[in-house]
Design a protein around this ligand. Sequence first.
Ligand SMILES: O=P(O)(O)OC[C@@H](O)[C@@H](O)c1c[nH]c2ccccc12
Length: 261
Amino acid sequence: MYLDRLVEAKREEIQGLKRDYGDGDRERALRLPPVKSLVSALTSDPSRPGLIAEVKPASPSKGDIRPDVNPAETAREYEAGGASAVSVLTERTLFKGKLANLKQVQERVGIPVLRKDFILEPVQLVESRLAGADVVLLIAALLNEKKLHSLVEEAHWLGLEVLLEVHEESELPRALAAKPDVLGINNRNLHTFVTDLAVTERLRPRVPAGIPVIGESGVLSRKDYKRLTRAKVDGILVGEYLMRQSSPRKAAESLTTGVRA
Ligand SMILES: O=P(O)(O)OC[C@@H](O)[C@@H](O)c1c[nH]c2ccccc12
């Protein structure tokens, strides 16, 4: 299964990181200026969800989407098109991302930047902060309760915000108990790749007030975007659809304008 292989490859990468990164790097990360808040970006206009637009060169289910994409240019276009935040895939093998894309994007946009990768160990949080992330993704299905808590805590120490992603209702209590900043409901089943917007519709009402919620994956049209808007989410994360349009700015604009909750 691809996810197992991916996690295994990450574990090897983490061994390398543990050799390369030391206390000095963590100290350096702790001294960085504050991040740009995704929570603020998503809650500033309660009348509509914020668009989180993703730089996604490829994916395990679709193969190449836009492997030659210029991440910084695309992110600037997303911002000009009204996006509230940018998500940058940094996973190399299946998503054809790289860590350097994060910094390039962060240096060119004024909106928060999310690092999308498979984070399993605290050293990856230091790496993320130093590479320019404002927010990191954690995936509930990959982390036990103890790991989840310690990663959220360390992320907060480092000044990062945390987007914690769930797909199953059974993951919700554990996810909320970890006190992430934003809860993501992934419409894509990570094992079968099947996307179903009904996942957000089903889980959204199960989340208590007080934490911003975003619907992720499977938005392939303005109609889909409107459907998730009706599910009363604070943000909507869109990757593939935006990457396939010739103008990322116009594509972002077409999703964000005239859509009201
Ligand atoms: O391209 P889509 O269907 O619009 O999906 C974007 C985003 O939600 C998806 O890339 C994603 C959601 N959770 C993830 C976890 C790892 C890698 C990727 C993801």
